[in-house]
Design a protein around this ligand. Structure first.
Ligand code: SF4
Length: 292
């Protein structure tokens, strides 16, 4: 619950505000960019929501915030934000909202499929919030839980206990220690079924992996995201915990795949056709080679 007494001075006057507990995960600025921005070390409200649509997005940001750092002076129906999640991205792919502080506000996603097509897949772990869990249950539960890397696993044990899902994680990120059901090893791609391909991409962590769904949706964890400043795909050298050189090398593997959506844990989502994505990826790799 945000504290009015801790309201950041960078907020513009008015209803919505961010307090000093913000951890600068950028979820609010990505979800409701008309109202929130990153002013440096934290986020704040730079323009109060005016329309119904802007207010709805601000309430979604309030719900999605991992630290409960967003508050309002006026009363709102918070269910507007709660009921918006999981929020449809395209086709049968959803953003879960309800990010977890233990994953530093990383975004998680849900692929909804009939049981005879392999069932639902949860990519990384949202907060185990009752309202979200009930919604996911009504949407068919979780058959598989794909964990891109060790930083974004949050409440995976509680989702496993609730849904009995098969969790998938790389050995090099501690999958065995965490008693994960399906351990991936090495760097070869692993096909989970006709539509799901696991692509190991060491760099951010040693056991980082991506998941490609239907050659369209690429779930990228902390490996790859969109740069609104440079208007191309990018990676983050300052958080290449394992090896930037390895991340650059494993990024090049993605040139062999088609995808139209980049859906990261941290950083901006992007959608474009496969040819443009390929070009952006090439520019990203060229840029990575200039960095150390
Ligand atoms: S979502 Fe919450 S923690 Fe993340 S940047 Fe916004 S206010 Fe800060």
């Amino acid at each position: 619950m945000a504290n009015l007494l801790e309201r950041l001075p960078e907020n513009v006057p008015g209803d919505f505000f961010v307090d000093s507990t913000c951890i600068d995960c950028d979820t609010c600025s990505q979800l409701a960019p008309a109202s929130f921005h990153d002013h440096g070390e934290q986020c704040s409200v730079y323009q109060q929501p005016e329309t119904e649509a802007e207010t709805r997005l601000a309430l979604m940001a309030l719900v999605a915030c991992p630290t409960g750092s967003i508050g309002t002076n006026e009363k709102h129906d918070v269910h507007i934000g709660i009921d918006a999640f999981p929020s449809l991205i395209e086709d049968n792919v959803y953003f879960c909202g309800f990010t977890a502080e233990s994953s530093f506000g990383a975004w998680s996603y849900l692929v909804v499929r009939p049981e005879n097509e392999g069932g639902n897949v949860l990519i990384d772990s949202p907060r185990f919030a009752t309202q979200l869990v009930k919604r996911i249950e009504r949407m068919g539960g979780v058959r598989r839980m794909f964990l891109t890397h060790r930083d974004d696993i949050a409440d995976h044990e509680r989702f496993f206990a609730k849904f009995g899902c098969e969790r998938i994680m790389h050995a090099a990120d501690g999958g065995r220690r965490l008693r994960i059901e399906r351990i991936i090893e090495g760097e070869e791609e692993v096909r989970l079924d006709d539509d799901l391909v696991v692509i190991p991409t060491p760099g951010h962590t040693r056991g980082h992996m991506l998941l490609l769904y239907k050659n369209k949706f690429l779930f990228t964890g902390d490996h790859l995201a969109w740069s609104p400043e440079r208007q191309t795909l990018t990676a983050f050298p300052s958080v290449a915990w394992y090896s930037w050189a390895e991340q650059t090398r494993s990024m090049a593997k993605l040139l062999d795949y088609d995808f139209q959506w980049v859906l990261p844990g941290h950083g901006d989502i992007h959608h474009d056709d496969a040819a443009n994505m390929h070009n952006y990826l090439e520019s990203c790799i060229a840029w990575m080679k200039t960095r150390r």
